[in-house]
Design a protein around this ligand. Sequence first.
Ligand code: M6R
Length: 613
Amino acid sequence: MCGIAGYVGKKQAAAILIDSLKRLEYRGYDSAGIAIAGDNGKITRKRCKGKISNLEKLIRGKNLKGTTAVGHTRWATHGCPSDENAHPHADCSGRTVIVHNGIIENHASLRSALSAAGHKFNSETDTEVIAHLLEDVLKSEKDFLKAVTSAASKLEGSYALGIINSDNPGELIAVRKDSPLVIGLSADGNFIASDVPAVLPYTKEVIYLEDGQSARIKKDSVEVFDSSLKKIKKKISKITWDPVTAEKQGYRHFMLKEIHEQQRAVQETLLGRINRGDSSVSFEDFNLTAKDFKKYKKIFMTACGTAYHACLVGKFLLEDGLKIPCEVDIASEFRYRNPPIDDTTLVITVSQSGETADTLAAMREAASKGAYTLTICNVLGSTMTREADGVIYTHAGPEIGVASTKAFTCQLAALYLLTVYFGRLRGSMPVKQAREMTEGLLKLPLKIKKFLDEQEQATEKISHNYFKKNDFLYIGRHVNYPLALEGALKLKETSYIHAEGYPSGEMKHGPIALVDEEMPIVAIVNKSFVYEKMLSNIQEIKARGGKIIAIATEGDTETAKIADDVIYIPEVPEILSPILTSIPVQLLAYYISLLRGCDIDQPRNLAKSVTVE
Ligand code: M6R
């Protein structure tokens, strides 16, 4: 996903912007560029396809001087990755320069009108139309901020924009609609960025720009305006993340570091929320009364990718604990299928970033129909957390690897807490059941550590037996069926191996036809009430020559007799097992991808935060 950076300050901007852009690399990108306004007002643009290191080579020795600048990492939507399509984009005169994250839906009609009026386009992007549109507006409107907001009012779609102009030196205008943008404040100058890590080495004080708001940013001032250009006072948020938290800390990849952070991340997600005296749960930012909750007759959960898999586990938990029907939908489907929602519906969205376009749209659709919206989210101040009626934060910390790991286990932890919270509120969950769940949850962080200490090496070793295979199946039952889906997703996105997840009972209805000695099958066979059924399933696969990698409970000798390889997880109540079974599927994906030499933290074609539809 595109990343925006900008700076106006006392220091030379080039090095700062390159550093900020590198901190946005995790979002995924295919080209990068910067534009710097020199002291003479002239703006110099440098852009190129590929990694930021290419851009660094391009600007090396060019003596790019200037203290006002914008930069961008592009994730192609309109036009292929190329030098010409890389941002920043300029108007015909080169006096107005723009970086953009989002999609301009009416770009084609704007482009043809502007072309007819004589504007010359140099790229295939939707973004370039904004620069030319602004060029026209600036002919009659000399106030830079007013001109930007007037041009923005003609745009349909989503945008976060950073704009500089030769006639307004030392000034950066930012505006947003449906794409994230933060402003960083420091004594040495002020920043804009798509996300907080880009500004963290320079400041811990940020302002989150809301939809429809704009900002005039200078080296020693930041003014924020509402959609009618009335100046408004914004809250300054203090970021508690340490910049090193966002670095690899000695691990070869962020993904591995984040897998190892799960003990702490899950612990922090549980922290302060369980009252051991009465086994109740409370949340700092979310509170419903029993009376409020009584009116909800149905729950919908919606999300994308890994977060959707967390919702699938959540369905088991909520239906069991609340005795209320709970439906789970992929957000890109939910938003268009006109689901039956009214004010007796509770809609839960789950998202690491809080910016995923489909999930956000699904949430807005639910809100417009009168539902109560609750979001489970990892990013403080993200759009979903600002728009939802209620928020439960996962405290996973920044997740940089594109493949979601610690965010997932923390989403699961939050869903267990939510089940106890609602179950007690509704009176549908006996205290005994709440106690078993909360006490079991509190033991999980140490079990995660035990698993990593005792089984990581074994998992790495097992990966050597399978990394050359081209297809994998993942199977599981009940709460571990979603983990089969998640295991397959992790493997395909990081290693590019084709993988499918199935509920084990479905094998005989088709997929078992795929089984032969070339087909590894990862089977989640932990001790549970479906254990015997899982044993039968793997026996059927074994009889057809399939290779079985079992994820089993330690001490299980039966599974070892059937499976080719076994990864053991510590004993855990079945209902809580998904948090533990997540770790071996993540590690398998990681080590197989490592052996295949893949770009693990930034897999091809993927972005960390998918803020376009
Ligand atoms: O930020 P979100 O949790 O809303 O993101 C949803 C998906 O895009 C995300 O989980 C994606 O599937 C990951 N690459 C999975 O590892």
